[in-house]
Design a binder for this molecule. Sequence first.
Ligand code: CP3
Length: 357
Amino acid sequence: MSQLKNDRYLRALQCLPVDYTPIWMMRQAGRYLSEYRQLRAKAGDFMTLCQTPELACEATLQPIARYKLDAAIIFSDILTIPDAMGLGLHFEAGEGPKFTKSITCMSDIEKLPIPDPNQSLNYVMEAIRLTQKELNGKVPLIGFSGSPWTLATYMIEGGSSKAFTKIKKMLYSEPKALHRLLEKLADSVALYLNAQIEAGAQSIMIFDTWGGVLSHQSYQTFSLHYMQLILSKLKRGHKTSDITSYVPVTLFTKGGGLWFDSIANTGCDAIGVDWTVNLSSIASKGKIAVQGNLDPSVLYADKLTIESNVSTILNEFGAYSGHIFNLGHGIHQDIPVEHVQYLIDAVHQKSKRFHHD
Ligand code: CP3
């Protein structure tokens, strides 16, 4: 792998001093970019874009070419694992993800295979290898997966959901079946993420988009427990003077603001936080990095409003060296591209005074 030229993001993940606060954005490659819409049209459909390494690589690099971001995230989707398990993922225009087959009972769960990441998910590994080559050390590359709980919601609901009634019904009436599914997903995710690390991912993020719909108790047993299991299986390497010898892991539970202590106790390196949280409340928690947390809708506002929201977040976190600036969730598809530029410039300019590197 090429020598890394910008290590701000990896340094912040290890809570080491940086010259300014690094920034990347969830869903930074996506429909708000005209070049993405063009590429997506060329690919025909979203899954072809994900499954063609040259195209996935091009999508990954688009936001990096346009903006001074401090990390790239491999272009893919969290639903690649259920697809590789044979559920038939497809996207219907304006409707989000759908599965041809959904999971309803223990016998469906017993039949699910644990995908070999170097077989049915090899397109992701190829995309990572190719993107690393093209990045040539410009910024680090993030690999990712969904959390077992979040993947299970899509597999049981058959697609996106608002009320999560099917999975909650299983949780309360057939908890053993749900635990069996989560166990299989945790095994699959651990294999998948280790293969991504092997292929060249330099940090890992686990998206627990729907952990926040669980009760306090259920969050611990049905979501966090399985993320912890994955963490215990990941080959993160060791911290040395070479920043790239260690692969830090970020756990992001949307709506997980009340559970930081238990999230931090899993042994993750960073917590992703949404915009409902006051970052200063976590700064005292000790040496764990924090990623977030601008409300993505702030990007609809004018330049001054964007800047003042950036200042608020930076002031909350002060000189804390473990802060990675991000949105509290993915960027909306109708955000004007110049507003993203205002955000990135504001983070670069306003964060300098907090750092002394
Ligand atoms: O962040 C990045 O730039 C990397 C790419 C990425 C995508 N999806 C691309 C994508 C990542 C990290 C994801 C993760 C993902 N996918 C999550 C977790 C993060 C989150 O947003 O909470 C979830 C829940 C999914 C599932 C998923 N994939 C949904 C609900 C949708 C539909 C969204 C919509 O607005 O239609 C997708 C499709 C998807 N994944 C798109 C992109 C760019 C849009 C597809 C398109 O081009 O039409």
